[in-house]
Ligand binder design. Structure first.
Ligand SMILES: *Cc1c(COP(=O)(O)O)cnc(C)c1O
Length: 369
């Protein structure tokens, strides 16, 4: 028998979450983000749930090539742009669109236009503005000249109308009263520069869910389509369904007396006679090693606390108050009974990091319907 750990992924949850997002504003062009192997889920496994998307956004050009191989014919946008001229060649060959966020990358587009063949796929350029995130993009001061240059080029080449894009720095603030003024200011900075006929794109999941009026034309939800939350509300409150669950089983049970300790570093100590369940899941599967005692785990349908340090291949749970838990009982580490966000919060991280870190050794089953 294989080790009992497995991850289940559900394309239908992706489709459901996309519909939820569309319902917020049916006029949006919906461009889900599928970078990092669809946030750890595996792009090819989820593609059937992405069919209603208008386009897809990704960073890795190999992932874009894989999408084309799998038959995805709608637009694909490279969110960090083309890294060198070889990428530009490949992007054109694959029929991709891409982000331009600095002068060198703009020059690569100008060079491309110089050797343009009419038979090639005409790219839609997403020009990225830095409106306060200070990560990627042209500053508001340098933008007007760049916008003018790109607009003239796109008209002359008869390429698709460009998109002016930016990224919200704070739309996920823990208090929406703090998030919204910052998002509004970034929106206003972008709209002041955008030529009337260009499209706009501002919102990630936090923007879509918390500041939809400043999202622009093309939305870029990532975490929300996988059914986790950017904050501050829970995924359930936003009406999202988790697309991944991580499951395993109890493979051993120990009875420990008062004062005995469990696991590496003897971190957890029994204050009563206790039953300890040993679960086949450790940090080499993607479960966070820094999860503290008390992090919830669902065993045989009941929430029980983590007890002791997570090791490479196993973790231990206190099942003293869950007598129905037996050898072979099913365990959910995160999923439908226990949100990934809640586990992440206990471990001092975010759901994004946990789903992206699902280890390659965990077998994944696609659950249809
Ligand atoms: C990753 C990414 C997104 C999606 O962000 P979420 O918080 O997961 O919704 C959107 N836009 C850009 C540019 C990104 O890199």
């Amino acid at each position: 028998m294989p080790r009992p750990i497995r991850a289940l992924v559900k394309p239908s949850a992706i489709d459901y979450n996309l519909q939820r997002i569309r319902a917020i504003n049916p006029a949006w062009h919906c461009m889900p983000v599928v970078k990092a192997h669809a946030y750890g889920h595996g792009l090819e496994r989820l593609l059937s749930g992405l069919q209603s998307a208008d386009s897809l956004a990704i960073l890795e050009i190999e992932g874009a090539a894989a999408l084309r191989k799998l038959g995805w014919s709608k637009p694909i946008v490279l969110l960090e742009g083309c890294f060198d001229s070889a990428d530009v060649e490949q992007a054109v060959a694959l029929g991709l669109d891409w982000v331009v966020h600095d002068h060198a990358h703009l020059q690569a587009v100008v060079d491309l236009a110089d050797r343009w063949l009419d038979t090639q796929h005409a790219p839609r350029i997403f020009l990225k503005l830095n409106t306060g995130m200070n990560r990627l993009g042209f500053t508001v001061d340098t933008a007007p000249a760049v916008i003018e240059q790109l607009d003239a080029l796109a008209r002359q080449m008869e390429w698709p109308v460009p998109v002016l894009m930016t990224h919200f720095a704070n739309a996920d603030a823990q208090q929406l009263v703090n998030a919204r003024p910052s998002a509004q200011a970034q929106f206003e900075a972008l709209m002041a520069l955008k030529p009337a006929h260009w499209f706009s794109s501002l919102a990630n999941s936090a923007g879509v869910l918390n500041c939809p009026e400043w999202a622009g034309d093309i939305v870029r939800p990532g975490i929300a389509i996988y059914g986790a939350t950017p904050g501050p509300k829970t995924a359930l409150e936003y009406g999202l369904k988790p697309a991944m669950s991580l499951r395993s089983q109890v493979i051993a049970i120990q009875t420990v007396a008062v004062g005995e300790r469990v696991g590496y570093g003897s971190r957890w100590q029994a204050t009563r006679s206790s039953r300890i369940g040993v679960v086949a899941c450790g940090y080499a599967d993607g479960y966070p090693r820094h999860a503290p005692d008390g992090t919830p785990v669902v065993a045989a349908g009941q929430r029980v606390p983590l007890a002791g340090r997570v090791s490479m291949d196993m973790l231990t749970i206190d099942i003293t108050d869950a007598p129905q838990v037996q050898l072979g009982s099913d365990v959910e580490l995160w999923g439908e009974a226990l949100s990934i966000d809640e586990v992440a919060e206990h471990a001092g991280t975010i759901g994004y990091e946990l789903m992206c870190a699902l280890a390659p050794r965990v077998p994944v089953t696609v659950v249809e319907g």
